[in-house]
Design a protein around this ligand. Sequence first.
Ligand SMILES: [Zn+2]
Length: 608
Amino acid sequence: MIRAIFTMAVAAFFFGNVTGQNNTSYWQQHVDYTMDIDVDVDKNQYEGEQTIVYTNNSPDALDRVFYHLYFNAFQPGSEMDVRSLTIEDPDKRVGDRISKLSPDEIGYIKPTKLTQDGKKLDFEVVGTVLEVQLNKPILPGEKTTFKMKWDAQIPLQIRRSGRDNAEGVKLSMSQWYPKMAEYDFQGWHADPYIGREFHSPWGDFDVTIHIDKDYTVAGTGYSAENVMGDNNYTKVKKGKKGKRTWHFTAPNVHDFTWAADNEYIHDQYQAANGVTLNFYYKDNPDIKENWKNLQPKTAEMLEYFNENIGPYPFKQYSVIQGGDGGMEYAMCTLITGERKFGSLMGVTAHELAHTWFQFLMATNEGKHEWMDEGFTTYISNLAMAKINGGENLTPQAGAYAGYNYLANSGKEQPQTTHADRYASNRVYGIAAYSKGAVFLSQLEYVIGKENVAKSLKRYYDEWSFKHPTPNDFIRVAEKVSGAELDWYLTDWTQTTNQIDYAIKKIETIKDGTLVVLERIGLIGMPIDLDVTYTDGSKEQFYIPLQMMRSEKPKADTNITRTQLKDWAWAYPTYELVIPSTNKVQSIVIDASMLMADTDRENNVWELE
Ligand SMILES: [Zn+2]
């Protein structure tokens, strides 16, 4: 029996460990990069050398690792190509363009040598993923060093990355290097690059780029050129044979992006907290005024996010003309520059906001696309409403309209769908951006505006420079508000259940007005009922949702609010009596319109 007891003790120890990592003891891998890149702008190729120091903070021994080789997606027949050719609503920027790339237009990353602690490793390139079997496992707590050399060709710009974009920017270099995949409590995330979304480990980057001396290089990290009034960064001496050398360091990021052009204008603007804003745009008279006017506005946006989420923790942020739309990266964005001013500003606000909801609170975008896109949409809508005059009382109206369309289309898929595996780009877009923004906006209805504002700040305090999950956010909101919110996270993000409450019946009775409410949709909600009397006076009634085990604080208005007994979810109807001698003129469920009720017509009753 002693042996059996011993075995059980060991089993309990391991089992305890396993459940521990899923639920309570957070850890994350750490990967430091040093890279030296030699660019040939005539051939659109570069040679790379990389040293990665990998620290295994997981409780697991790792016997293999994976790298992303994103440029390999830009080859005829790749998964990205075939997906674009077969999806019902292909992204116009991609369409069939990958299938038509010639050999000198395709992208590739070809590793030529890879070692672990000085010893050669076997590897296999499988599409956009490099599979590497290790000679010796990396044990928990251990560090190991990988060195790689590779040849790369920069694809003609199709999506996000590449050379010669539509506005003539020479190099938009995102997802351009062999990038270590993330290993976390859910295991490896070596997702193939099919359409979108990234997830990678945190680390420090040291990147040296040799490029034709006429080019200006912009991007992630700090250099002598992009941090004002800081002498820590010195210009690198002239490079070899007509080239110039650029050196960047980027502490604690999970990506490194850059762009280069021989016609960039580089402007700088001093923002709050000593942050340098850098603007790089083509020397084109048609866009110059917009790009000048954008500069003080970007400083205002930065200040809004500083105050409403948490301080921007890096020394610089660069708005760079490049890419094919707007895309967020660490300390920078690549954005097409020939747009109307409103669009230039709106997209910059969105991409800058991603600094918080992706480059600080780095959710796994593939699995939880609504957390980065939705939260970013929510906060940048608020920032734009404020900067544009603050008079827009419904900054999230577009998000609600998008969600409502999707919910009534019959095509909705739950937000737990992997970003690459929605049936269409449209369904992905609305689920991630619109329904994701409504998640936060509607949470204002559930726990109150103040509590949502506090939750965002506490989320920043607890989860910056980490990889939070949906549960981590909702736990923060629970702690801030005192409400149980797992029902909200589950129903809203893991199902396509809908909200539909109705006023079923109104009847004048001896003691006042009898009101019967009905829950038609499957999602339960607390109810705000606004009553207006024939004499013009107003009163509010609040019906808590029982499983929330808490009440929303009363909003700061001088209208009286009466709290009624709980409504438990399973009961389809709820009766209340408005005990007034005053005659009721109208009753409205959720006058704030923050609840995403899919049929609002039955929310209102009016005296005939
Ligand atoms: Zn976005």
